[in-house]
Design a binder for this molecule. Structure first.
Ligand code: CMC
Length: 433
């Protein structure tokens, strides 16, 4: 059977070209336009990649219309129920769930790599105390390239595995230390007797002067949030890591570029912005409806943070799961009036927006960031650390995509073209006046 094609006709010259239609396992058929310029002399124009598949990938599937998100074929609802963050890291990177022995070996390997080079510790001292922890994350993760330049042959699959293990293991240490530094607290070394998430909370919150015990409900909620943030196919930060990696750049530096991209409020920075907005509403004399009115006003730049998504045109499946945990954790923290007020405002806002024609007609639903910030606050994580935790969780997604790209036999530097709208070629003037 012949492959499906579509025909493109240049109505001016009558020239035609048959373009192959590629069939994904699931998802929309994809027109292969890679020879379009060579065959027809055309570029395609798609700012923001609204209709463009930038690569082939077998890692994560998402459907914006039905609200499906699956890692290596497993829906996140099933992973949330049966798995944990570290097992999900294994799944994303290696493609299959681990059997017990493989998982134990993987866990041991990650444990072995959790420390960071002592000289890298001094790097923190170079930052101002009031630096945003995301700025520290970009700097320190980029600096890993200067400290771990063994096993950096990106064409060698074993070396790529070592890079992945190091990144998964060291990110919680780097992240927790960015918080410790900003708060003038001593750095806490990793504790191999704790699991991945508990160890992160231990490095964030324990102090030498009194014992600290991780609350199981906090570790469970954080682990779930991290699992749900582990990958999201070709989002802005993952695409950044792929693009910088495509030049065969150092992988730690490529991941640092991903962190920088994630920082923006339209991407990973939104959960910080959500809490800021909810706190503003709690403390303001204006009603929730006033904020909704502002969000709908074309002349006002204000947007309801935590609403809308480039791909999901229905309720974000991650938000549904996080919403449940948010209620669970707040039951545990009942009596914390500020938290309860914030949750009340969030629920009222969600209800108003979901019934409002403006939001309905634009398919604007709560996204993953709408509830995650409330959970972070309950755990005691300060706002400027929210995106840091997102970056720590997403590292496995970035490095799995980078590894997949490096394996592909068609690794080519990413080099988009453009629709040039500047001046035509002209001569340098003899006199400039
Ligand atoms: N509040 C009010 N109006 C909105 C919102 C919002 N949060 N989001 C989109 N719109 C309107 C927008 O004004 C536009 O209206 P119109 O058609 O009348 O011009 C329409 O909806 C489409 O918006 P868009 O900006 O073209 O949509 P996009 O796909 O480019 O943007 C988005 C997606 C997530 C950047 C955007 O919805 C947004 O800024 N949301 C708030 C920030 C946020 O929560 N970001 C977290 C995203 S999820 C985390 C992650 O995966 O990284």
């Amino acid at each position: 059977m012949n492959a499906k094609t579509v025909t493109l006709t240049d109505n001016e010259t009558g020239k035609q070209i048959e373009l192959e239609v590629l069939e994904p396992t699931i998802g929309p058929p994809t027109i292969n336009i890679s020879s379009l310029y060579k065959d027809m002399g055309f570029f395609t124009f798609d700012p923001g990649f609204m209709s463009t598949a930038s690569c082939e990938s077998a890692i994560t599937y998402m459907c914006g219309e039905t609200g499906v998100l699956a890692y290596r074929g497993y829906p996140i609802e099933q992973l949330a129920k049966n798995s944990n963050y570290l097992e999900t890291c294994y799944l994303l990177f290696y493609g299959e769930l681990p059997y017990n022995k493989a998982f134990n070996e993987f866990t041991d390997m990650i444990c072995q790599h959790t420390m960071i080079h002592e000289a890298l510790k001094k790097f923190y001292d170079g930052f101002r105390r009031d630096a945003h922890p995301m700025a520290i994350m970009v700097g320190v993760t980029g600096a890993l390239s200067a400290f771990y330049n063994d096993h950096c042959d990106i064409r060698n699959s074993y070396d790529r595995e070592v890079v992945a293990h190091r990144l998964i293991a060291k990110m919680p240490t780097i992240a927790a230390w960015s918080y410790r530094y900003a708060n003038g607290l001593p750095f806490v070394y990793p504790d191999a007797s704790l699991n991945y998430t508990e160890n992160f909370l231990h490095m964030m919150f324990s102090v030498p002067s009194k014992p600290y015990k991780v609350k199981p409900i906090h570790a469970k909620a954080l682990d779930l949030i991290m699992l749900l943030h582990a990958d999201h196919e070709q989002n802005a930060s993952t695409s950044t890591v792929r693009l910088s990696g495509s030049s065969e750049a150092n992988p730690y530096a490529a991941v640092a570029a991903g962190i920088a991209t994630l920082w923006g409020p339209a991407h990973g920075g939104a959960n910080e912005a959500v809490i800021q907005m909810l706190q503003d509403i709690v403390n303001s004399d204006n009603s929730i409806s006033d904020y909704v009115k502002r969000a709908k006003d074309k002349n006002d730049t204000f947007r309801l943070m935590g609403f809308g998504h480039r791909v999901y045109k229905t309720y974000d499946p991650r938000a549904k799961l996080i919403r449940e945990v948010c209620h669970e954790i707040l039951e545990h923290h009942s009596g914390d009036t500020q938290l309860e007020k914030i949750l009340d405002v969030a629920m009222t806002l969600e209800k108003i927006a979901l019934e409002d024609e403006y939001f309905i007609s634009r398919n604007l639903y709560p996204n993953v960031d709408f509830y995650s910030g409330i959970i972070f606050l309950a755990i005691g994580i300060p706002m400027n650390m929210f995106t840091v935790i997102f970056s720590m969780s997403r590292t496995i997604g970035w490095i799995s995509h980078w590894n997949e790209m490096m394996q592909a036999d068609q690794l080519r530097i990413g080099r988009p073209r453009q629709l040039y709208t500047g001046k035509p070629i002209r001569s340098y003037p003899e006199a400039k006046e």
